[in-house]
Structures are given as C-alpha cells and as structure tokens.
Design a binder for this molecule. Sequence first.
Ligand code: HEM
Length: 74
Amino acid sequence: MCHGEKGDGKGMMGAALVPSPRNFTCNAMMKDIPDGQLFWIIKKGSPGTGMMSFSGLSDDKVWQLIHYIRSLAR
Ligand code: HEM
C-alpha cells in the first residue's frame, strides 16, 4: 500500500506521504544505501515519515526482506 506492488514507491497510500516511500527499483539510488541503513529503517522506522517500525520482525526475517528489496533494483 506504500511502496507499491512493484516496490517503486507508487503504492495507493504512498502518493499522500511526504517524503514518499522509498523507490526500491531505482538502482541509482539503492546502490548507495548500505544494508545496515535498510535494516535500521525496517526495525526502527523513519521518524517524521510514514515509515513505521517493524520491530516485531526477527533479524532473519528483516535480512530476508532486504535480499528481496535488493532484487527489485534494476
Ligand atoms: C514490511 C514492510 C515494509 C518494508 C520492508 C519497508 C522498507 C523500507 C525501507 C528499507 C526504507 C528505507 C530506505 C532508505 O534507507 O532510505 C523505507 C522507507 C520508507 N517507507 Fe517503508 N517499508 C515497509 C512498509 C511501509 C509502509 C506500510 C509505509 C507507509 C505507511 C512505508 C513508508 C515508507 C516511507 C514514507 C519511507 C521513506 C522514509 C525516509 O525517506 O526516510 N513503508 N521503507
């Protein structure tokens, strides 16, 4: 609903969010974001933005998500 079906940040709710949800398909942007930042943001959220914390996810699940997110960058 936020990052969109394709992970391009164009989810239904995403349009109303400032800043907008990260576009995971943009390799130019994603290649400069370290894994540690992705891990931190998923676990802790991004204060002041629509990105909430998914602190309930185990570390393994978050790393699996990061591998999936990285597979979206073209
Ligand atoms: C399990 C589900 C989700 C995952 C794995 C996820 C993952 C991420 C990641 C890794 C980033 C940060 C990228 C960076 O370092 O800049 C991010 C940013 C963001 N996400 Fe999500 N997200 C999820 C769900 C959502 C939902 C449901 C919303 C909206 C309610 C949302 C809104 C945002 C926004 C607005 C940002 C940009 C924050 C900023 O620029 O600092 N995300 N998300």
